[in-house]
Design a protein around this ligand. Structure first.
Ligand code: C5P
Length: 221
């Protein structure tokens, strides 16, 4: 059995950063499950599939033609969708919104389930998302749930967008984050919530290093 660590939480809780540092430190694979919802959203945009067209969204999700190329010493990680590099395009705000809308569709979530489980390969997997511990890997031995106040999360997202060269407005981001959280928590299929056996860490006042240290202590426990 391949060991899996699940890291769930709302946007801006630090999941992505922590999951990727942890995977690096352990030499394990990384699943950024949000990227699959973002890729489905981008594919829908490219192919002109409407949000209401759930059957075709499901087909898009099930047949995503995507390659994840891990970072090397000299090159950053790449995501290739239908032959084009899209790692920047999937981070745009319009795709964030669309991703959170397609993620509310049960058929889309089901279509992506097995693809996510296939990431669990030796020597281990760190998986980052909203339902990693509750739905995708319910038997994972270590489940972490990261939270932070909405203001802190908006601030982090603002910095991230700026660093990636997107223009950004902090008030708009806070509003968008709250709307996305609400959609994630209220949807019928796999709503965002901590697994019963998850360890909850509030990262509002912690540095990245402090969070990694806390999680590593659980890995070694
Ligand atoms: O984590 P990220 O912001 O990249 O995720 C994009 C969207 O995909 C989220 O707003 C959320 O609605 C959805 N998502 C999900 N389940 C996951 C990961 C992401 O519903 N496991």
């Amino acid at each position: 059995k391949v060991p899996v660590i699940t890291i769930d939480g709302p946007s801006g809780s630090g999941k992505g950063t922590i999951a990727s540092l942890l995977a690096n430190q352990l030499g394990w694979h990384l699943l950024d499950s949000g990227s699959l919802y973002r890729l489905t959203a981008l594919a829908a945009q490219i192919h002109g599939v409407d949000l209401a067209d759930e059957d075709n969204l499901k087909v898009l999700a099930a047949h995503l033609d995507v390659q994840f190329v891990a970072a090397t010493e000299s090159e950053p990680a790449k995501i290739i969708l239908e032959g084009e590099r899209v790692e920047r395009a999937i981070r745009a705000e319009d795709i964030s919104l669309l991703a959170s809308q397609v993620a509310a569709i049960t058929q889309v979530r089901q279509a992506l389930l097995e693809r996510q489980r296939a990431f669990a390969e030796a020597p281990g997997l760190v998986s980052d998302g909203r339902d990693m511990g509750t739905v995708v890997f319910p038997k994972a031995p270590l489940k972490i749930y990261l939270t932070a106040s909405a203001e802190v999360r908006a601030e982090r997202r603002f910095k991230q967008l700026k660093e990636s060269g997107f223009s950004a407005n902090i008030d708009q981001i806070l509003e968008d984050i709250c709307a996305r959280d609400e959609r994630d928590m209220k949807r019928v299929s796999a709503p965002l919530k901590p697994a019963e056996d998850a360890i909850i860490i509030d990262t509002s006042r912690l540095t990245v290093t402090e969070v990694v240290t806390k999680v590593m202590a659980e890995v070694e426990a």
